[in-house]
Write a protein that binds this ligand. Structure first.
Ligand SMILES: Nc1ncnc2c1ncn2[C@@H]1O[C@H](COP(=O)(O)OP(=O)(O)OP(=O)(O)O)[C@@H](O)[C@H]1O
Ligand SMILES: [Mg+2]
Length: 326
């Protein structure tokens, strides 16, 4: 409703995790690099944790768009973690396009094993991606551990990516899951953004939405400082505050969001009671060359920004990037 008033082409602070709005902060780059590198280099088991609303699902959507670049990568994407072990396996098989209904657990495991072996023999990559993995029961985590055992003498047949809130780490720390924890090849953590990153985040999301950086800023620095204070740098909260601030500014017919508007929105949302979140960094347990992988990813972000045309499901990878990946 306010787009015309502020001369924007789209809603800058939409809450949908949309890859075309991705802002490649250092933290997000590192986590995306860990996921991408883990898949491409067959690392086996990658874990990304992050506070609520820090961009984990968005990262996975970006990753999926990157993986779609490659015809020899198949993935199953699971986000409903509250399943029984049989339902879990059925879901994975169906997502890989294999018949699964009416089969018992051992039949499902057998089919999955054969599928992975045949793909492995053709040097194809197969990925299991689990979002909201902190909800996984101990039973399902045990299944995940068994799946992570599927390997040949020189390669992992299934790349497993677990992404979830910090409770996931606590679960993996529990005695019964130590074996699974030892198998983690790469891990990353998403924390809140700092003040500078919050500023860059807001400015980039506005830019993606068509805001003209040359004209007087929609969100002056003093306003952004307030957004940081009340959001503690958590992207979802930044979006909520900024979206509501734009609506308020529009209602008041003001062309710039004042610090006072942010205070009003924060009061309305009772944001002073939000707890802060960690600022942990990626802790790679491997030879991950983060900078190199980030270099490749940065080139791809420009591609990610473009929404896919309705008739196109694959993205074309820039030649320069393809060469660097080789
Ligand atoms: N790097 C980023 N660039 C652009 N938008 C981002 C970024 N990180 C987070 N966001 C935005 O923040 C919001 C929350 O992101 P997302 O839903 O991915 O968080 P989450 O970590 O999966 O949350 P939850 O723990 O609740 O599942 C979304 O609107 C998303 O677009
Ligand atoms: Mg999520």
């Amino acid at each position: 409703m306010y787009k015309k008033f502020f001369k924007l082409t789209r809603n800058p602070f939409d809450l949908t995790p949309d890859p075309t709005c991705f802002v490649p902060t250092k933290r997000h780059n590192e986590a995306l690099a860990a996921l991408y590198h883990g898949v491409r280099r067959h690392k086996g088991f990658v874990v990304v944790t992050g506070e609520v609303g820090t961009g984990k699902t968005l990262l996975l959507r970006c990753l999926l768009r990157l993986l779609k670049e490659s015809k020899e990568i198949a993935y199953a994407y699971l986000f409903n973690s509250r399943l029984t072990p049989t339902e879990f396996l059925q879901y994975i098989l169906s997502d890989f396009g294999l018949p699964a209904s009416g089969k018992n657990k051992s039949e499902l495991l057998l089919d999955l094993g054969q599928f992975l072996i045949s793909r492995g023999a053709k040097k194809q990559t197969t990925v299991l991606i689990i979002d909201e993995a902190h909800h996984l029961s101990a039973e399902i985590l045990e299944e995940v551990r068994l799946l992570s055992n599927l390997e040949t003498t020189d390669d992992k047949l299934l790349q497993i990516l677990l992404v979830g809130q910090p409770e996931l780490d606590q679960k993996l720390d529990s005695v019964g899951l130590r074996q699974l924890k030892q198998r983690i090849a790469l891990r990353a953590h998403l924390g809140a953004l700092d003040a500078e990153e919050t500023k860059g985040y807001i400015q980039q999301r506005l830019q993606i939405a068509g805001a003209d950086a040359e004209t007087s800023p929609l969100f002056p620095s003093t306003t952004i400082e307030k957004v940081f204070r009340h959001s503690r740098g958590i992207p979802r909260l930044i979006n909520t505050i900024c979206e509501n601030a734009l609506i308020t500014a529009y209602a008041r017919q003001q062309h710039s969001v004042t610090p006072g508007i942010i205070e009003d929105v924060a009061k309305e949302f009772r944001l002073d009671v939000v707890t802060s979140s960690g600022m942990d960094k990626i802790a790679d347990q491997d030879d991950l060359d983060v900078q190199r992988v980030i270099g490749v990813l940065l080139d791809l972000f420009a591609t990610l920004r473009r929404p896919l045309p309705a008739d196109q499901t694959e993205l074309s990878i820039p030649a320069a990037v393809r060469n660097r990946q080789a």
